[in-house]
Design a protein around this ligand. Structure first.
Ligand code: COA
Length: 182
């Protein structure tokens, strides 16, 4: 079955929320306390994504990956939040359903999101990932990212150690097999 990457619309809010909530359950057990994971609801996330996608000129760009008619992944990004890194763009979230992982969908989502952000005038990109989310960190390393910052995030209900990966050139995110320079 063919995968299609396209910009999200407000009609995708619930499907994105479902991938988001299931992504937490599939990937964050042991990394984030269960009560935080189990406190996520599709209804709550749908409302948040609907607000993000509803704006006339949304600050957040969102791409979805469809396999057949089902949304199996998404990536969202926009202006940098905070000043821990100097990159102007930030990848806020990327999730691919476990059943669809390892097939190039994550890479394609990042590439298309980078294209959308470049079209809005952004030149560079960084993101925060849980320090202990080693699988996602391997993915970012494979895409050529370099560690650019570290922090303890205490904005939410628990303190979480995070690292930031950055790219100094958005175009590098679409280069097949990009690796960090030696
Ligand atoms: C991280 C994630 C988005 C990657 O998406 P994906 O569709 O599985 O990744 P892809 O198939 O596009 O992989 C792209 C490259 O990264 C590599 N890669 C992906 N995961 C990897 C891992 N765990 N270890 C080593 N390499 C990995 C792939 O081998 C591939 O390399 P290649 O294209 O050079 O052959 C996905 O696994 C996911 O949703 N994880 C759970 C949620 C999560 O942790 N999100 C990140 C929050 S910050």
């Amino acid at each position: 079955m063919q995968t299609r990457i396209r910009p999200a619309t407000i009609a995708d809010a619930e499907a994105i929320a479902l991938v988001h909530v299931v992504g937490w359950r599939e990937s964050y057990r042991g990394l984030v306390p269960d009560r935080v994971i189990d406190g996520q609801s599709v209804a709550g996330r749908t409302a948040t994504w609907r607000r993000a996608l509803d704006a006339e000129r949304p600050a957040t760009s969102v791409m979805v990956a469809e396999l057949g008619n089902a949304v199996v992944g998404f990536a969202a990004g926009g202006p940098r939040r905070g000043d821990a890194f100097s990159h102007d763009g930030e990848l806020y979230a990327i999730y691919v359903r476990r059943i669809a992982q390892g097939a190039g969908i994550g890479r394609a989502l990042v590439c298309d999101l980078a294209g959308a952000l470049a079209g809005r005038g952004f030149g560079t990109l960084a993101l925060w990932v849980l320090r202990d989310n080693l699988a996602a960190r391997q993915f970012y390393i494979r895409l050529g990212g370099r560690v650019v910052a570290e922090r303890i995030d205490d904005d939410g209900p628990v303190k979480l150690a995070e690292v930031a990966y950055g790219w100094n050139d958005l175009a590098a995110l679409c280069r097949r097999g990009a690796r960090p320079a030696a």
